[in-house]
Write a protein that binds this ligand. Structure first.
Ligand SMILES: *Cc1c(COP(=O)(O)O)cnc(C)c1O
Length: 396
């Protein structure tokens, strides 16, 4: 198929759930992808914070290829070594004692919601079941995760949603104190809101939320689906705050592009899951585990997090220069290589122009240009992206 055929047939046969840009991508390497006609693009989106080690990372590719030739799937009725090894690496490098594997971010959040409810059921005889989540949050598209999500536009036409959720303003500890009742079992929060527009809370926010949860006997759930796996310059973004959760969800970059999700928890929280309480046919599948294990090994072998911090800081400085030149920019914010440029207008035209100029990026919350490049980018890549961005903003 040539690119025109691919787009025509794509629109004919695929459900109309995405507004795709008119490009057909065929190959990737590092921070670059190529379309079917051989045109090169600098990828500053990385599959929406997924390919953190860049496209076709040799270690991940090798692990997936080896695993494919060895064992693809057997179910969780048996042990497999890649699954056990990945769980161990995750536990040894986080607050957690136990891991449950699934296949996506929304599923990881479903698992976290179920664990929190089950915890309320076991410890309070079902009196506590309500989960407090934040306005502007994004937790996924399945019904419980969608209910947890604090953005009404995703919910239109899917009501009735689930009972047992309460939404309060993000970065507002007073609102949290007020919202807690005898029904509350958990608080669920993103360390930095991603889809909500790259929103950072006050530096002491997570610490205060942790204290409030401790005082009220609540489980604290961090959704690190987007912020995790080195994106912000730490393996997990909450490490910056020093406030550990009881439960944490991961997906996106965990398998560097291979679909995988995980829900991590302390022993105390995890203990309410027993055989039969939760499951997933594909969860912990050897292919996903091999990809994730290789990803974790590269991430921990040194260099990547350092690169996020140095190149992230350079990128932030270059974006601030850009902002100074273009009055349409109202704020530049972010941490590590999760950066947002807020405009006083819709960002979609900039994204479309950037694509024409060979730069992949995206816009979230309507007016926030979002940059989530692979964590292995160099300063020259940043310079190239910022040059393109300056040209595109100049045309606004
Ligand atoms: C992307 C995302 C999700 C949903 O992940 P899927 O794999 O698309 O289901 C959940 N939470 C956050 C914070 C995300 O960024």
């Amino acid at each position: 198929m040539n690119s025109t055929e691919c787009i025509v047939f794509g629109d004919r046969y695929l459900m109309n759930t995405y507004s795709r840009a008119p490009v057909v991508l065929a190959r990737g390497e590092g921070a670059r992808v190529w379309d079917v006609d051989g045109r090169e693009y600098l990828d500053f989106l990385a599959g929406i914070a997924v390919c953190n080690l860049g496209h076709a990372h040799p270690k991940v590719t090798e692990a997936v290829a080896n695993q494919a030739g060895n064992l693809v799937h057997v179910s969780n009725l048996y042990y497999t070594e890649p699954q056990v090894r990945l769980a161990r690496v995750l536990v040894e490098n986080s607050f957690a004692d136990k891991v449950f594997f699934c296949n996506s971010g929304t599923e990881a959040n479903e698992a976290a919601i179920k664990l929190a409810r089950r915890y309320g059921y076991e410890t309070t005889g079902g009196k506590r079941y309500e989960i407090i989540t934040m306005k502007g949050s994004f937790h996924g598209r399945t019904l419980a995760a969608l209910t947890a999500t604090g953005q009404d536009r995703h919910k239109v036409g899917f009501e009735p949603l689930l009972p047992g959720f309460r939404h309060i303003p993000y970065d507002d500890v007073e609102a949290l104190e007020e919202a807690i009742s005898g029904r509350t079992c958990a608080v669920m929060v993103e360390p930095i809101q991603g889809e909500g527009g790259v929103r950072l809370p006050a530096a002491d926010y997570l610490g205060q939320v942790r204290d409030i949860c401790n005082r009220n006997g609540l489980l604290l759930i961090y959704d690190e689906v987007q912020t995790g796996m080195g994106r912000t310059g730490r393996l997990f973004a909450h490490e910056e705050s020093g406030a550990a959760p009881d439960i944490m969800t991961l997906a996106k970059a965990l398998g560097n592009g291979f679909p995988v999700g995980a829900m991590l928890a302390t022993e105390r929280a995890a203990s309410v899951f027993t055989p039969g309480t939760h499951a997933s046919t594909f969860g912990g599948n050897p292919m996903a585990m091999a990809a994730s294990l290789a990803t974790m090994e590269v991430m921990l072998s040194g260099g990547v997090l350092e690169n996020v911090n140095t190149v992230g800081q350079y990128f932030m400085e270059r974006l601030r220069e850009t902002a100074a030149r273009h009055p349409v920019v109202t704020e530049v914010r972010g941490r590590g290589l999760m950066l947002g440029v807020e405009l006083d207008r819709e960002g979609a035209p900039v994204v479309a122009k950037a694509l024409e100029e060979g730069l992949l990026m995206n816009c979230t919350a309507g007016n926030v240009l979002r940059f989530l490049p692979p964590l292995i980018i160099q300063k020259e890549d940043v310079d190239q992206a910022v040059d393109i961005l300056n040209r595109c903003m100049g045309e606004l």
